[in-house]
Design a binder for this molecule. Sequence first.
Ligand code: HEM
Ligand SMILES: [Cu+2]
Length: 580
Amino acid sequence: MTTSAASPPVFRTCPATGRRVHLPAERLIKVHAVSSVVALLVGAIAAVLLVLTRWQAVHLLPADWFYRILGVHGMSMLIFFIIFFEMAVLIFASTVLINSRQPALRTSWLAYVLMLGGALMVEWMMWSGRADVLFTSYVPLRADPLFYLGVILFAVGALITVGIFFASLVIAKREGRHEGSLPLVVYGAMTAAIIAVITLVHGAAIYMPTYLWSLGLMEVDPQVYRMVWWGLGHSSQQINVAAMVAIWYMLGALTVGAVVLNEKISRSAFVLYILFISMASAHHLLVDPGMGPAWKIVNTSYFMYMAVLASMIHGFTVPAGMELGMRLRGFTQGLFDWLRRAPWGDPGFSSLMFSVVVFGFVGGITGVTIGTEQINIIVHNTLRVPGHFHATVVSGTAMAFMGATYYLIPLIFRRKVAFWPLAKVQPYLFAGGMLVFTLSMTFAGSFGVPRRHWDISFSMAPFDVQFSPVVDVLLAVVALGGLTAATGAFAFIAIAVASVFFGERLETIPTGRAVPGIPPGLTHPPRHADDVDERNAALHAVSRLGPAPGTLVLVFVFLAAFVLYFYVNWKVLSFLWRIG
Ligand code: HEM
Ligand SMILES: [Cu+2]
């Protein structure tokens, strides 16, 4: 791409990283990021209303509004907030990270307008009470046809952006913008994009017939709906995981100079996601009568483990790469000196750590356990389910996206991060609140408290249901954790909006001194020791346990927790399900 003297320049050079930034791509990244944050705001307001209703002592909303707001929360968070952000990540990865340009600008904007229009249509239908069907929209619950149309428009827009992503990778290659194979972060984003295609095809396969059904033009079988819908609903979680892991690698490099231990292994792990993820959708059908036990077990207890393996690989290589990066910078003492002396005041780093640890320990362990065919029967439709996925998609993905934003604000929006002292504590508020929220929700679910339920006192029912008195306390703790996390979300929104629209402009990024509002990873780019002896000393510091001994110890703590939780669940199951 050349610029003639007459036309304004379309590239700028990033002062911090030296990369070529395509200005039209940058504008697209900005609108997607801002739309994402607005959706987060709507979702977080809904979250507060939900929490205050599920807290039985407060019980804020009436029944119809509880389910309406539950739908608003699910759509605004899981679909609009997450997917708008992912589109920003895809455009960023296929332009800035490989010095390339965004092709087909008009079509790119058309895609954005379709997504925005679709999202507004869905929100309008939900808030006006014409789509009280929750975000799963299981038939035969029927919403206004415009709801399904809105979903379709949003998905078509996303699919176009994904298509342009692939086109720009091809163009970058042809124009020789990067040498050799794609950088790992871009490779991860590409994985997310491939899974997005699989996901969106399932979405079309289910929402087109459902739209026609809502117009009275055809029939849709509820069991077929559930199967195809979860091809969308579950696979989209794998887009989230792939995008999150790509961000882990990026933030690790930016904040502590993390290294990639083994490119081939990390890349193969991304491929495992692509191969096995659609099968894992079966764990949503474990109590459905339509499919037999063999089908369920093969899909959820064999194929799914291959996707789990991928996450376990990244769950090891990311922290191990950070440990090695820190050791190469001279933090070589003992097992955990690298962890103690890590930049905990850098919101990019703390977000990354919380994302890795809570996603793995809470989200991963609960997920594998409750997705087991036999155990699922004591978990189905209890609060253990939202307890699990708030640990994955919220503490994991949303937290990683927030951490990335602290770096995108100076790098892409070219502004200082506003309210810097608040930004430093924001990840602690959000992740800490979410940890309390997910753990207490999981416990409440273990006492049989249902999910998606307006009134567990069954005050108007002809029968009587009593929960253990512990449940009242647990639901109050759920509320406490939820409100803390929501405060963290509002803090993030305030910081993002204030920085983007009113933040202090940055022409260059000063290095060598701490500047409030610029993450330390940019003012003090992490550098490894040049000296060969020093590097060797770092590598062999605790030689018997390999180059990342601290992470190895943590891995064994993780495995022990995993075994314990899995065993306890089988034990609990055996109380209910007496054999012999
Ligand atoms: C900001 C903090 C958040 C709080 C306090 C919160 C709270 C809640 C609560 C109380 C429920 C209802 C559980 C039930 O009664 O079954 C819920 C459901 C849900 N949340 Fe969140 N949430 C938060 C953030 C998020 C985020 C960031 C996402 C997605 C990225 C998300 C995705 C969902 C989904 C998909 C549901 C299920 C909706 C349904 O059952 O149809 N939440 N959340
Ligand atoms: Cu799933």
